[in-house]
Write a protein that binds this ligand. Structure first.
Ligand code: AHG
Ligand code: MN
Ligand code: MN
Length: 342
């Protein structure tokens, strides 16, 4: 680390001291989350040498087979954040119920939600995976924390971020005042600021969607992708490129860095489910980051951050990224709804 580099700790202290943007308790909470991500990163890096690859045979509340690393990452996050005194409770993609901070520790004013390990299908093949997190403020005057206290619209998040475990270990963070990017300096063992005020390019020629589900999509999604695929001869008048990593963290990271749209829409495979991705652990934190970087995140005609959650493990359709493209997608959904209602 060179002398004039800014560590995450220093950056957070300056946000608190100079800019008055965050209280000390939120700063310390983010530090704890970052510390947990470093521990998960070490586990990921060791890979097969530590015997932690592969499935456990168990299923999580979502009905998905749990990998050993899903459970390890979940335990690391619970353990690292339990004793700090900044939290009242945590909720995780891997836990059926909320984890209330035990009475032996002081109780804080925040709620932490996480997807401990995003992109589990990529663990064994050594492709980028990550951790996604979101922080809410617990409503004033609550004595006993319950799941319903987590059911706040995403626009009320006080912080959100993710960490990618890939060629670089990168922490991307918003405290509601823009997006900052930190890369782990392995020798120093600390995250170092590499970008501030990140902005997503407004227009793009790149989309990310699992094309194998094409036959199950709703008409507005089909229309948008068909037009992209038609290239220079089609209504868009330009050729598009496609990427699909199958780790939301990695796909969204690319979108934040060079523009594009990321989509995991509702589809006909499971018509009663809003989508595959989870509102509280995946959609909301990513939507806040994207909007803080000047992009847009929608579920159809509705902005993701405006969805009023009704269940902890609720799903959402997700379409996010460069503003112009997501505006177009929203228009296609509006037009389709209007034509269906006529
Ligand atoms: P998780 O590993 O936390 O269950 O999330 C996986 C998600 C997301 O990261 C990714 O975009 C999507 O699943 C990939 O789904 P497909 O395999 O259907 O493409
Ligand atoms: Mn995930
Ligand atoms: Mn996960």
């Amino acid at each position: 680390m060179s002398d004039n580099s800014v560590s995450l700790s220093r950056w957070l202290i300056e946000q608190q001291r100079t800019h008055g943007q965050i209280p000390a308790s939120l700063r310390l909470l983010i530090e704890q989350v970052a510390r947990a991500c470093k521990r998960i990163n070490r586990a990921v890096n060791r890979g097969a040498t530590s015997g932690i690859l592969g499935s456990l045979g168990s299923e999580n509340v979502q009905g998905e087979v749990q990998k050993q690393l899903d459970v390890i990452a979940n335990d690391v996050l619970l353990e690292a954040n339990e004793w700090g005194g900044h939290l009242a409770a945590m909720a995780s993609e891997e836990l059926e119920r909320i984890h209330v901070i035990p009475h032996r520790f002081p109780r804080g004013e925040y709620l932490l939600m996480f997807d401990p390990l995003d992109g589990s299908s990529n663990i064994e093949v050594n492709v980028t995976i990550g951790t996604i997190f979101s922080v809410l403020h617990l409503d004033e005057g609550v004595e006993e924390v319950e799941a319903r206290h987590f059911l706040q619209p995403g626009r009320r998040q006080v912080a959100a971020g993710y960490c990618t475990y890939g060629p670089q270990t990168t922490l991307v963070l918003t405290l509601g005042q823009g997006v900052s990017v930190f890369t782990l300096d392995a020798e120093q063992g600390s995250f170092v600021l590499v970008q501030e005020g990140l902005r997503i390019p407004e227009s793009t020629r790149e989309f990310a969607i699992n094309m194998s589900n094409m036959r199950h999509w709703a008409p507005p999604v089909r229309r948008y992708i068909d037009e992209c695929l038609a290239g220079t001869e089609g209504p868009r008048g330009k050729d598009f490129n496609m990427r699909w990593i199958a780790s939301m963290v990695a796909d969204v990271h690319r979108v934040l860095q060079r523009g594009g749209v990321f989509m995991y829409p509702w589809d006909r495979r499971e018509p009663d489910r809003a989508g595959k991705l989870r509102l509280l652990y995946e959609a909301n934190p990513m939507a806040l980051l994207v909007e803080q970087a000047g992009g847009l995140a929608i579920a159809g005609t509705q902005r993701i951050l405006d969805i009023q959650p009704t269940e902890l493990h609720q799903r959402a359709a997700v379409m996010l990224g460069s503003r112009e493209e997501v505006e177009r997608l929203r228009l296609y959904h509006q037009e389709y709804e209007a034509s269906a209602a006529a």
